[in-house]
Design a protein around this ligand. Structure first.
Ligand SMILES: Cc1cc2nc3c(=O)[nH]c(=O)nc-3n(C[C@H](O)[C@H](O)[C@H](O)COP(=O)(O)O)c2cc1C
Length: 363
């Protein structure tokens, strides 16, 4: 019988993972000048290398794709070199790490955009959400609608980001299709009022996401490519009238591309898991390859969902912030340390690399 426990190994696409605990992507706003990953970031990720798989913090594929201060990029040679130190540090400890490819779309601020321009979006509809910029939280700026002839450039930026991630030593990539960022904005009709081939029907609203997935999979291989989805999450002010039809369609299209995994935020990101009805089992079946579940998991729920076959891997976000040795703690039943909410976004080592591992029992 297959061992489905959290601490059993798993073959994800081309990768063999030591366990089924995934570190979810976590933005921490600590990149250096030029949005280059730092040595401190390499320490942080290496501390968490006992995860079966680390998914990096969301990483912008272009300056236009940036929506928060001091988030890292993957579009310059310096950024690639900075990430290389991170992947080397994780690999030296036997870990696996993939990069989350990010375009924020309308969740941005003119102070972060090239030439102070308006952020881009499917439609010129401002999100009711805030961004972290100029060392504080501020309303996002009014966006402009992307022209049809700009969309191939967005796809190309994702493709280039994926190629750069592999050049930086990552084991694969996750496309950020969740949480109200650009690809989720296109998919959801609350943010997408277009009347061209990228708006209106379920098929049209999925088009940009699928084109990006195809271009990335073609670049780095489908078995090194996954995508994050959040069908019913209201994160960053998105809403849609038909999540089940929309995301079942997306899952079927992703299956045709033979992507390695979908990574699903079940419910409201960081909030209630039952915010809206949704049949995740249908999504999993429509896709067919590996399914990473996220949102509000603890060890008991994780073991239950692995055992009943609803998921292959479980991603933990907040628990990894204060528990670099989360895998060991879950395994030994050691209580989890709590987050310091004041050091989540920005700053240095405090609240980042100074959370200790639990003392070993005989220490
Ligand atoms: C500080 C912080 C930063 C986050 N950054 C990202 C991110 O960069 N990309 C992403 O897809 N989700 C991000 N999330 C959402 C988490 O990946 C995850 O979905 C959420 O915390 C729910 O999982 P959990 O209950 O295990 O924490 C972030 C969450 C937090 C708390």
């Amino acid at each position: 019988m297959t061992d489905t426990s959290l601490f059993s190994s798993y073959a994800l696409g081309d990768l063999t993972l030591a366990n089924r605990v995934v570190m979810a992507p976590l933005t921490r706003n600590r990149a250096g000048a030029g949005f280059v990953p730092t040595a401190l970031m390499a320490d942080y990720y290496a501390q968490r290398a006992s995860a079966g798989l680390i998914i990096s913090e969301a990483t912008q594929i272009s300056q236009q794709g940036q929506g928060y201060q001091d988030t890292p990029g993957i579009y310059t040679p310096e950024q690639i070199a900075g990430w290389r130190a991170v992947t080397d540090a994780v690999h030296a400890k036997g870990g696996r790490i993939i990069l989350q490819l990010w375009h924020v779309g309308r969740v941005s601020h003119v102070d972060l955009q090239p030439g102070g321009a308006a952020p881009v979006a499917p439609s010129a509809i401002r999100a009711e959400t805030k961004t972290f910029v100029n060392n504080g939280f501020a309303d996002v700026s009014e966006p402009r609608a992307l022209a049809l002839d700009e969309l191939p450039g967005i796809v190309e930026d994702f493709r280039r980001g994926a190629a750069n991630a592999i050049a930086a030593g990552f084991d694969g990539v996750e496309i950020h299709g969740a949480n109200g960022y650009l690809l989720d904005q296109f998919a959801k009709d609350g943010a997408n009022h277009r009347s061209d081939a990228y708006g209106g029907s379920v098929e049209n609203r999925a088009r940009l996401m699928i084109e990006v997935a195809a271009a990335v999979a073609n670049e780095v291989g489908p078995q090194r490519t996954g995508i994050r989805l959040s069908p019913v999450s209201p994160a960053n002010g998105v809403a849609t009238s038909d999540p089940q039809a929309q995301f079942d369609h997306i899952a079927r299209e992703l299956k045709k591309l033979d992507l390695a995994f979908i990574h699903v935020v079940e419910g409201a990101t960081g909030g209630p898991r039952d915010i809206a009805p949704f049949d995740y089992a249908a999504l999993r079946t429509a896709f067919g390859n590996s399914y990473i579940a996220n949102n509000g998991y603890d060890r008991d729920l994780a073991e239950a969902r692995l055992a009943d076959g609803s998921a292959d891997l479980i991603a933990f976000g907040r628990p990894f912030i204060a528990n670099p040795d989360l895998v060991e703690r879950l395994k030994a039943g050691i209580p989890l340390a709590q987050i310091d909410p004041t050091t989540l976004y920005g700053g240095g080592a405090k609240g980042y690399t100074d959370y200790p591992a639990a003392p070993t029992p005989d220490a």
